[in-house]
Design a protein around this ligand. Structure first.
Ligand SMILES: [Zn+2]
Length: 342
């Protein structure tokens, strides 16, 4: 019996998966969830990290970025680093926090918030459902905050999802990153469908949902008096953005969202990107131009009948890489992302 169990019968499905992966190029990793690749790796199981291990390594990578503090206004402070940018509106009415860093950065975030005075935590706002923006929801809620987000953030966090091409292993192979549903204590307690306003500490925070762009749950936060707009992952400053085809992301939506913020901003507006340094209107305009160029080139290849793999092989962003391909996402990831969302 024990000997037999070592020779597990291989189903036709497993053979198909296995041969596809063994015969195919690394590009299969772009389009197949990590779980599928793992299932196919008969005999290689010990080499394939589990989805939990992949996610832990992604969290560790984000957490390794040092935190920097920048004052955006008398009562608005930005903490930038371990999982993107967090802003805080602070004052006698309490602290209003936007985004949360990754889970391992909680002690750093807790200490940073403590440095902004003793007023109570009131709200934490999620710009969208992704882990690097929501990971510390439960901690912040336990510390007294109400978690506020678009209704799709709650929906997306409640479901399992696979995010294509997000993970890049040490060998350069790309895979999807798998997410299990978030525990109940991490979900937003309060949601809205279109827009929401908060008034505190002499400031008005306007929260506005946009049509599907980076995900289907994106909002931007406009600090109206401070002239600050926080875009979450609607803006990756100085680098190719990630766009999440698994929850409705679309390059057209990214271009439209950038256009919307450009129409709201003036030359003094501080624009907080989800990833990358603090930006301004000129930075966002340049990013939007890059998105438009990328979209045109991939649409041309797709319309000509090229597969996503062939589109990668064409190296259509070779002239853009020096400027835009040095961040979180390189062009081997960005080409299939754009392709998948067109
Ligand atoms: Zn995101």
């Amino acid at each position: 019996m024990k000997f037999n169990s070592l020779q597990k019968p291989t189903s036709r499905r497993e053979i198909l998966r296995g041969s596809a992966v063994l015969a195919g190029s690394a590009f299969l990793a772009y389009l197949f969830p990590a779980t599928l690749l793992r299932a196919s790796a008969v005999g290689y199981a010990q080499q394939a990290p589990s989805p939990a291990e992949l996610l832990a390594s992604m969290r560790a990578k984000f957490n390794a970025v040092p935190m920097e503090t920048q004052k955006l206004a008398d009562n608005v402070t930005m903490f930038d680093g371990p999982g993107g940018a967090v802003t805080v509106l602070h004052g006698p009415d309490g602290k209003f926090v936007v985004d949360t860093f990754v889970a391992p950065a909680w002690p750093k975030l807790q200490e940073a918030l403590g440095g902004l005075g003793n007023a109570p935590l009131k709200y934490v706002i999620n710009t969208h459902w992704h882990f690097d923006h929501t990971d510390n929801n439960a901690h912040l809620h336990a510390a007294g905050a109400t978690v506020l987000a678009h209704e799709n953030s709650k929906k997306d966090m409640s479901e399992p999802h696979d995010l294509p091409v997000l993970y890049r292993g040490a060998d350069g192979a790309l895979a999807s990153l798998h997410f299990d549903p978030s525990p109940a204590e991490a979900l937003p307690q309060q949601t809205f469908a279109a827009s929401y306003e908060l008034h505190a500490n002499g400031e008005t925070l306007r929260l506005q949902h946009v049509p599907p762009a980076h995900t289907d749950s994106d909002i931007y936060i406009h600090y109206e008096n401070a002239n600050v707009i926080q875009m979450g992952d609607l803006f990756f400053n100085g680098m190719y953005p990630y766009i999440d085809p698994g929850t409705g992301g679309s390059i057209d939506g990214m271009i439209a969202a950038a256009g919307k913020i450009l129409s709201l901003a003036d030359n003094q507006t501080k624009i907080v990107a989800g990833h990358g340094p603090l930006g301004n209107k000129a930075d966002l305009a340049k990013s939007r131009e890059m998105l438009i160029t990328s979209r045109e080139r991939i649409q041309k290849l797709k319309s000509a009948g090229k597969s996503a793999l062939e589109a990668v092989g064409e190296k259509p962003f070779a002239d853009l890489d020096a400027l835009w391909g040095q961040g979180i996402i390189n062009s081997d990831q960005f080409v299939p992302i754009v392709y998948l969302t067109l």
